[in-house]
Design a protein around this ligand. Structure first.
Ligand code: NAP
Length: 458
């Protein structure tokens, strides 16, 4: 790095996977880049900390890579700072040459059906955030005294929700699941879980590994009605195509589940297909769900669920909506309401035909909520390439970066957390987990996190 060259100050908003991969690409550019990663929570790692299920510790190993990036010269973490509330987008642009938004998809898609907001109807985001100890969901309560549950959607988030509901709690005790969730799950009376897809078994979005796990849960029968596995010609074509990675494996698993039998006293997972939620019914609480029966129409890989006249009812006291996440608008940035993303051209934020100079986007906020953790690396590399190509334009003068941001935030009474502060929270969490045989016991309230790391010196 040329120490004499003026620094290029880049703010990255969001400390999840896409933010860290953007930081990595910037810091590897060989240019004198200073990255200030700004995060709303005191803790980094986004969905790897609060989205990945506690019984999937392997997936959390991505954190080892992020820790290495965070230790690189030129990297700076500014935690407990909310962009849009504590500092505006325009202020960030005045202190930094470029701002990369990597804020993910923080909310859920709506089903838009009557009764959606009845007590007993929850979003996957709330439930996943709750069992993972995310401070936003710390005080949510889920009525697990009900025996029958419907999960709407057949993607990997639905699989996570289903597994956490179905697994014996003894198998969760030594994970990093939040204590409040463990206590509630230990009292759970959930017996029957219906995982409902609007299309057919060939179109379920689970990856085969995640689906297989649902068939291997102790004391749980995983079942499908064989009549629901009849395929149309278009689905057969989809399954035979070499680009179809999960479909054939998923179908063999569904066929194996169809040959199993329910057993008295065990939890049961039922996969249901060709059903769309039409209404949630109940007097002050969900009691049943009305489902419209669908038929598939369209060409292979473009088949959609077309509703028929037929409807069925399913008794259930709990509904989890897991039909995909959605980004939330950032004050000062354009937003595509239909997709729930920030409009962009190869990562450059655009407003109609006009590029917003110095503003970039990456990750789920850019491409929508698809792909695995590693998918974000290529996505962030593309965004950083767009940024680096525009350096002559955006670096027209020197800028102060975090040097100007820190006093501004301190004047506003924000308790700024640096990476060293996170390291204190991290080691306190690990210590709290030790007596319980857990990898960590997370702090689930921001106040607790701030109390553990009072020293905010850089
Ligand atoms: P997803 O994979 O897109 O699945 C969403 C599900 O909801 C699909 O079955 C979809 O059906 C259904 N759906 C959408 N709109 C609906 C509606 N209006 N009514 C009924 N059903 C509807 O999304 P996700 O499960 O939230 O996962 C997001 C991403 O994170 C995925 O890429 C996933 O693989 C990844 N992830 C990975 C892991 C892991 O690797 N272990 C864990 C969690 C998440 P259609 O197919 O018909 O649209």
């Amino acid at each position: 790095m040329e120490s004499a060259a003026p620094a290029i100050h880049v703010a990255i908003v969001g400390a999840g996977p896409s933010g860290f991969y953007a930081a990595e690409a910037l810091l590897r550019s060989g240019l004198p880049v200073r990255v200030d990663m700004i995060e709303r929570l005191p803790t980094p790692f986004g969905l790897v900390r609060s989205g990945v299920a506690p019984d999937h510790p392997k997936l959390k190993e991505a954190i080892l890579v992020y820790e290495r990036i965070a230790r690189a010269p030129g990297f700076n973490f500014l935690g407990n700072v909310s962009v849009g509330r504590d500092v505006s987008v325009a202020e960030l642009r005045s202190t930094h040459h470029a701002v990369v938004f990597a804020c993910g998809a923080e909310t859920d898609r709506q089903m838009d059906i009557p009764g959606e907001d009845l007590p007993g109807s929850y979003t996957a985001t709330e439930f996943v955030g709750w069992f993972n100890g995310h401070p936003d969901y710390r005080d949510r309560t889920f009525d697990l005294s009900r025996e029958s549950v419907a999960i709407i959607g057949q993607g990997n988030v639905a699989a996570d929700v289903c597994r956490i509901l179905a697994k014996p709690v003894t198998e969760l005790r030594t994970t990093d699941i939040a204590e409040h969730a463990l206590d509630a799950l230990a009292e759970s009376r959930v017996k029957e879980i219906h995982v409902i897809g609007r299309r057919g078994p060939a179109q379920a979005k689970f990856t085969t590994k995640e689906l297989r796990e649902l068939g291997e849960i102790a004391d749980c029968a995983t079942l499908v009605d064989p009549g629901e596995l009849v395929l149309n010609a278009e689905s057969e074509t989809e399954l035979a195509h070499r680009s179809n990675i999960s479909g054939p494996g998923n179908l063999s698993l569904f066929r194996a589940f169809a040959s199993r039998k329910a057993q008295l006293g065990r939890r049961t997972i039922w996969f249901r297909f060709h059903l769309s939620p039409a209404a949630l019914i109940g007097d002050g609480h969900v009691e049943k769900i009305i489902l419209t029966c669908n038929r598939l129409v369209g060409a292979p890989f473009a088949q959609v669920a077309q509703p028929t006249e037929e409807q069925i009812e399913l008794s259930c006291g709990l509904v989890f909506r897991s039909i995909g996440y959605r980004g939330v608008p950032i004050p000062g940035l354009p937003f595509d309401e239909s997709r729930g993303t920030v409009p962009h051209a190869s990562g450059r934020v655009v407003d109609g035909a006009k590029a917003l100079e110095g503003f970039y986007v990456t990750g789920w906020l850019k491409r929508g909520p698809t792909g695995i953790i590693g998918t974000n690396r290529a996505d962030s590399v593309e965004t950083v390439q767009s940024l680096l190509a525009e350096l002559p334009k955006i670096c027209d003068r020197e800028k102060p970066g975090a040097e100007a941001l820190r006093p501004l935030l301190e004047r506003r009474g924000i308790q700024l957390l640096h990476y060293q502060n996170w390291a204190m929270i991290d080691s306190a969490e690990i210590d709290r987990g030790k007596p319980k045989g857990k990898p960590r016991e997370k702090f689930t309230r921001v106040d607790e996190m701030l109390a553990v790391s009072p020293d905010n010196a850089p």
